[in-house]
Design a protein around this ligand. Sequence first.
Ligand SMILES: [Zn+2]
Length: 233
Amino acid sequence: MASDNRSKLHDRVIKVAEEALAENGYVAPVDVLTGVRWLPPSMLRAWRQGRVPCLEQVMNVKPSRILEALEMLRAWANQRGLQPSVAVYVARTPERPHLRFGKSGNADLEKDYCTHFISPALSEKKRAALIEKASHPPELVVVSPLKHDWKCHRCGKTGDLLMMEEGGPACLSCVGLDDLEYLPRGDANLTRKAKAKSTRHAVVVRFSRARKRYERQGLLVEAQALKEAQEDG
Ligand SMILES: [Zn+2]
């Protein structure tokens, strides 16, 4: 690449990295890729929902150029004394597959894409919280609707519970969670055990008109996990 192009890219990468760092206290490669406008936010959302096979496929730029930007980010982070931390990226779908970044599937490159850089200026506690959050992907959320006049956008049926998807509400059968059992909140010990034993789980929420927010009602867990947790006592 011409050195002029390279230095322009370098300036853009550093600018968005500094902005992300100032705003969040850390920088993720995906922040830089959206910041330099290679990755449209709508495509990032689609990828996070597991609707595209890999991130490089939805970026209109050559993988070699992405590699170059990632290297610039790493060198800058190193120079700034930021702390690297590998985050976990899984899809927000019931199967929770690990999300893929590169077309090649190269393990080192995948790790580079997952590496966040954390500000040393943050307190120890804040840094630990950021690392903890990045290593635990957000939970699946299932809604217990107030009204039952909704229709699944995939099959047209309705039900007691739904999951919000890009296209609208979906029934648990269509999202593949209809085999799970409902465990209402109340028994913290049982909830913790059942959740730990279940390979899949979702949080059930319901909108409170009085408090104007969604509130946790309980958990959906695998029937076997619930049985084992109950037997554990
Ligand atoms: Zn359905």
